[in-house]
Design a protein around this ligand. Sequence first.
Ligand code: B16
Ligand code: MG
Length: 216
Amino acid sequence: MNNKITGVIFDLDGVIVSTDNCHYLGWKQMADEESIYFDRQINERLRGVSRMESLEIILEKAEKSYSQQEKDAMAQRKNAYYVKLIGSLTADDILPGAMNVLNLLKANEIKIAIGSSSKNTPIILKQIGLDHTFDAIADGNHITNSKPDPEVFLLAAKLLGLAPANCLVVEDADAGVQAAIAGNMRVLGVGSAAQNEKADFTAADLSKIDFATILE
Ligand code: B16
Ligand code: MG
């Protein structure tokens, strides 16, 4: 079977743009208002994890239990803080190497997609000027099972019209690396996933890898 890479699926947060600080500040404001302990170390555990699953991780430190209605309201409140913060993102926030890689792939007629857990994907892409760049977008609005489930990547591959074996995923979260492997795709781990031994390729960021060698 021909397993040449003909499509690349990019995670968004931590791969194309870094929004972790905005997530941290949004959750921190909500947690402080509820007197729930929250720090940057706990924030690391939220990488690639859906909004409601992130809230459950934060609530591990809560001293009372919350009803589903209260949880929905807390997640909504955090998202309002977060959306306000990402309103100041610009193309300058695109991570090192990302534009070069996207241009290289386009020049080589390799299809490109986004596979992100974030329901704010459309807003973020518009803010950084990449809303017309990708051939397909699969995000938190289109899936029911979040990473490490492969659903978002399988949907991206389907939208590209490609078999999973012909796709490479680029991820910064261990949950995302696991999702790519579960979806029978190859994976390049960057950022926090640069040390992940399960990844087929690793690099500190997209400026630190010769992408052409992956495509050979
Ligand atoms: P939202 P990715 C993920 O994006 C973030 O890494 C994670 O921290 C966040 O909780 C999740 O999106 C959901 O985001 O609240 O905007 O729907 O890394 O999968 O692009
Ligand atoms: Mg990510």
